[in-house]
Design a protein around this ligand. Structure first.
Ligand SMILES: [Zn+2]
Length: 274
């Protein structure tokens, strides 16, 4: 595993090879924040070692959302005394449905990533113990980090981490670089507005760290917003015309499998089931 790489002053990213997940590290004068904790105890222990190579300051954690690859390493950091921040919907999902979700994800990955699935099954879920509603500011000592919930998108409880003094943003899976956006738990009719709110906080030179893949910029986020907005309209149009999901998905800017999930989620939203 490669270690953390500095992408903006005092803002580091570790691109973890399994599932190509990005973890952030923002170092302040008195504390440092780790953004997301990977999928298993073993991965989180590697992550902790990598963070300790960069800073010896007390750590706190932010989860960008409730998916396993972003928060199942929490227990390792909780054992170090790190407070963990999450958006209230993400916290509620992990508290209320944690074991059920863990089983769903283990079943999903057991064929393609058997080792990962086996390790995930042993994870003790540690939901965040600090809750964000719409916005919270965390003081790292001479450096403020803002945690924003701009609305629903990739999940019901996405958090974006803004580091204004470094012109950097950690966007979680609201922005995806190495694959298409992922819609399993998404709100495709809300996602475009959520990205519009995020875009309002991005300058031309802002470093944007996606949930997976290479660091991108405002132009990339604007282009992904365009694609999500196009899909949003296709879903609304398809629903009005009573079009089957497959016909709508075939016109989407994303691949067919991804788009089918998105259209079904969108239809569920429009019929009040989502
Ligand atoms: Zn996710």
């Amino acid at each position: 595993m490669n270690g953390f790489r500095e992408v903006a002053p005092g803002v580091y990213v570790l691109r973890y090879p399994v599932l190509d997940v990005n973890v952030g590290l923002v170092v302040g004068g008195e504390a440092a924040v780790v953004v997301d904790t990977l999928s298993t105890d073993a991965q989180a222990a590697e992550l902790l070692t990598a963070a300790r190579r960069v800073t010896d300051r007390p750590l706190l954690v932010v989860n960008t959302h409730h998916h396993f690859d972003h928060c199942f390493g929490n227990a390792v950091f909780a054992a170090q005394g790190a407070p963990i921040w999450g958006q209230e919907e993400a916290v509620a999902l992990l508290r209320g449905r944690g074991p059920e979700l863990r089983k769903r994800w283990c079943d999903e990955w057991s064929a393609t990533e058997p080792e990962l699935a086996a390790e995930m099954a042993a994870v003790v879920i540690a939901p965040p113990d600090r809750t964000v509603h719409v916005k919270s500011t965390v003081d790292l000592g001479g450096r403020a980090v803002e945690l924003h919930h701009f609305g629903r998108g990739h999940t019901a409880g996405d958090l974006v981490v803004l580091v204004p003094d470094a012109d950097a943003v950690l966007a979680g899976d609201l922005v995806e670089e190495s694959g298409p956006p992922q819609f399993d738990d998404a709100y495709p009719l809300d996602w475009p507005d959520t990205l519009t709110a995020l875009l309002g906080r991005l300058g031309a030179a802002t470093a944007v760290v996606p949930g997976h893949g290479a660091v991108v910029d405002r132009r990339f986020v604007a282009a992904q917003h365009e694609q999500l907005a196009a899909l949003d309209w296709l879903i609304r149009e398809g629903d009005e015309g009573g079009a089957p999901a497959a016909r709508v998905a075939a016109k989407s800017p994303f691949d067919l499998e991804t788009s089918l999930v998105a259209v079904r989620r969108g239809y569920d939203q429009l019929t009040g089931r989502g």
